[in-house]
Design a protein around this ligand. Structure first.
Ligand code: PMT
Length: 224
């Protein structure tokens, strides 16, 4: 591979949705297709990085081959464990995955039988992976995503501060051509000082490239 701005750097990307089991045949998940995270993994590889791609449930095939090490996970807890194993040795961590905020309090060993007219599932809070990484951070450039339906800037900046990220990539998932499942995205990128870049509608590949170029410029020791 040709040398690039991320040559010699390790980039960890999470992609897809987590799967929270209810019983052996049922689960809770979300609409993340994996496309945004996969595009980020490929863009990082193109810029020279060694990539670890941690993927939950996805609708498209993950990229594979030289430069990308793929790990498949199910639950938020599995994703957290996988990210932690790579965290200390990484330079950039990008959390494009849609992680479930809650999981069923009990995971039944056997298929739950139909009984009464209503069934109540109790949910308990999952670990917030990004927030934990924000606390443990020790030189890594931490990039979060924010999937919002309103007040994009307000919520994105709140997440950036609360989760101690270096950059946050906000997408309004109600805009046409942005967010879950699409081949394109429309993102606004923020740092602790506010807006860094507003990107127009473009393919997830192009969006990913722009995010990684920005990340490369912000690594310790980067020029200009
Ligand atoms: O996969 P695609 O179909 O291409 O769709 C892409 C996408 C819409 C999923 C992606 O662009 C995106 O916005 N990903 C983040 C989705 C999300 O969970 O956003 P959030 O605002 O709920 O979470 C904010 C950040 O905290 C995210 O980086 C998320 O990974 C992280 N998080 C959230 C909850 C949790 N328990 N742990 C986390 O780490």
């Amino acid at each position: 591979r040709a040398a690039g701005p991320l040559t010699g750097k390790k980039v960890v990307v999470t992609a897809g949705g987590t799967v929270e089991r209810i019983d052996p045949v049922r689960y809770i998940t979300n609409d993340s297709s994996g496309k945004m995270g996969f595009a980020l993994a490929e863009a990082a590889r193109e810029l020279g990085a060694e990539v670890v791609l941690i993927a939950g449930s996805t609708q498209v095939q993950p990229p594979a081959g030289k430069g990308i090490e793929l790990e498949r996970v199910q639950s938020a807890q599995n994703m957290y464990d996988a990210v932690l194993r790579h965290f200390d040795s990484s330079d950039i961590v990008i959390k494009a995955a849609a992680v479930a905020d809650y999981r069923p309090a009990v995971q039944a060993d056997r298929k739950i039988k139909k009984s009464g007219d209503t069934l109540t599932l109790e949910l308990v809070k999952n670990v917030d992976i990004l927030e934990q990484l924000g606390r443990k951070k020790n030189g890594q450039l931490l990039i979060g995503f924010a999937a919002e339906t309103n007040d994009l800037e307000h919520y994105a900046l709140d997440k950036l501060r609360r989760k101690n990220c270096d950059l946050i990539v906000a997408n309004d998932v109600t805009s046409e051509g942005a967010g879950f499942g699409t081949d394109t995205n429309i993102v606004h990128i923020y740092d602790a000082n506010g807006l860094v870049q507003k990107l127009p509608l473009m393919s997830k590949q192009q969006t990913a490239r722009r995010i990684l170029e920005l990340a490369a410029q912000r690594l310790p020791g980067a020029q200009g």
